[in-house]
Write a protein that binds this ligand. Structure first.
Ligand SMILES: [Zn+2]
Length: 467
């Protein structure tokens, strides 16, 4: 094929996704083709899933045994490859349950055995999401004990820090202590210093990470190229609201007295809790996915509450009740200089943090890779093209131990992307989050062409990679 004038690069490796179930959601009609393939049409040939403490694998523990079996036997027919971390929250839910309590010594031993089995079976690292229940109920010692298992396998401790806002520096120190005391390499997920009290603090956190690297510690991070984050609406509520699991949360939301306590917790804070809304406001929280309230999507909680003439917390409670707790939000919480500083750090790699869901999801799922290459490398000049490509190929391959990927050479896997460096650009926006990029000509997975000029072919060469 004629690729003159174009760039041939190793296929991109998305260091951080929540696409664990996207392929089967597509096969069973819960997601459409654009939603499932937003990643691969940018040139992503491998996705790292199981992030933020939540993993489908091992299915026996996540309650998704049939799904994980369908994945591993290739019954689904994947377009690109998927590798997974083993998620702490998934393991804790299976062993300890959903209650707000410390794990006993014997429970920690049982969790360690599950983590060990998953890592031996091919999981590429151990992840935590310490703002999400039930992971947030764990103390530092519990996480350290489990990270020690990852260290034994030579695999990284990958963490969504306990706090990415006003308490980010303390949360980073906890992660560093866990890595030091366990012996595992440290990978900080979607590094950010969000909320008005933490803006500008990447100057401190990145210097800290750089210092550790200079001292010989194996420390890396990933980042997505946007000033907004995205998560579940329920994550805006304090950990005690989730004590006992989703059904107990909904019960509390029906109770006027409990709503008053939630209002108070958000206004005054709770020790050890990140409190996104207290660090910003309901005017920065936009509804992204609420299947029964399509008209809410794209509007802020403050705006919706104002129009309805109700208090924001009451609107949130009613919305969560109507949607059985399943509402996704976008949080406009970061500053551009922080995003650029993290992107430019030599130890930062690109991870979309994409969450393939219906509605108006965050454009990062469909835009991150093209945005780094087009906007940040070519237009802003934050770094050159080779460095941009390294951040999405060789760097994540090394971090997650994917042999013969992320490189272009004889004998390596033929996962490739061909793009026009002068034209590649993201088009996904908050209003139109799934618009595919321009400038990507060809995507090859395992030697088969899977995308040609933006169109997904019928080839399904993708595999679950066990490393
Ligand atoms: Zn996360």
């Amino acid at each position: 094929m004629d690729v003159s004038g174009l760039v041939v690069a190793p296929g991109f490796i998305d260091a951080h996704t929540h696409s664990d179930t996207a392929a089967i959601d597509g096969a069973e009609g819960r997601l459409d083709t654009a939603q499932v393939s937003a990643s691969v049409v940018q040139g992503v040939t491998t996705e790292i899933a199981g992030n933020c403490g939540q993993s489908v694998f091992p299915g026996r523990y996540s309650g998704l045994a049939a799904l994980s079996r369908a994945h591993t036997t290739s019954a689904i027919g994947r377009v690109n490859h998927l590798a997974s971390l083993i998620g702490h929250g998934t393991v804790r839910a299976a062993v300890v349950g959903l209650s707000a309590r410390a794990a006993s010594a014997s429970e920690i031993t049982r969790m360690a055995a599950v983590v060990d089995e998953a890592l031996a079976g091919g999981a590429v690292g151990f992840s935590t999401g310490l703002i999400y229940t039930p992971g947030s109920y764990a103390d530092t010692a519990e996480v350290t004990a489990l990270a020690r298992v990852a260290a034994r396998h030579g695999k990284p401790y990958v963490t969504h820090l306990r706090n990415e806002m006003a308490g980010v520096e303390g949360a980073l120190e906890e992660a560093i202590a866990i890595a030091r005391n366990s012996g595992a390499a440290l990978h900080v997920s979607h590094h950010k210093t969000a909320g008005k009290f933490a803006w500008g603090r990447t100057e401190v956190t990145l210097a800290r990470l750089a210092g550790l690297r200079d001292a010989g510690m194996d420390v890396t991070c990933d980042v997505y190229p946007y000033t907004a984050g995205s998560t579940a609406l329920g994550a805006m509520l304090p950990p005690w609201a989730h004590d006992g699991g989703p059904a107990r949360l909904l019960e509390r939301l029906r109770d006027a007295g409990q709503r008053d306590l939630l209002r108070k917790a958000i206004a005054e804070g709770v020790p050890g809790w990140e409190n996104t809304v207290g660090n910003g406001g309901w005017d920065r929280i936009v509804v992204a996915g609420a299947p029964r309230h399509a008209g809410y999507q794209g509007r802020t909680i403050a705006d919706l509450a104002g129009s309805a003439g109700v208090d924001a917390l009451d609107l949130v409670a009613e919305l969560l009740l109507d949607e059985d707790g399943d509402v996704t939000i976008i949080s406009h919480s970061m500053r551009e200089d922080d995003v650029r500083r993290v992107l430019a750090a030599p130890f930062a790699m690109v991870g979309s943090d994409g969450v393939p869901k219906p509605g108006l999801p965050h454009p990062r799922w469909a835009g991150s890779f093209a945005r780094v290459l087009g906007h940040y490398a070519r237009e802003v000049g934050l770094f050159g093209l080779p460095e941009a490509v390294r951040k999405m190929t060789g760097a994540p391959a090394a971090r997650f131990g994917l042999p013969d990927r992320g490189v272009l050479r004889d004998g390596a896997h033929a996962d490739l992307v061909v793009f026009d460096a002068a034209r590649i650009s993201d088009r996904a926006t908050f209003a139109e989050p799934l618009l595919p990029p321009t400038g990507v000509r060809l995507v090859v997975v395992g030697g088969s062409v899977v995308v040609r000029d933006g169109v997904v072919t019928k080839a399904r060469p993708g595999r679950v990679l066990a490393c």
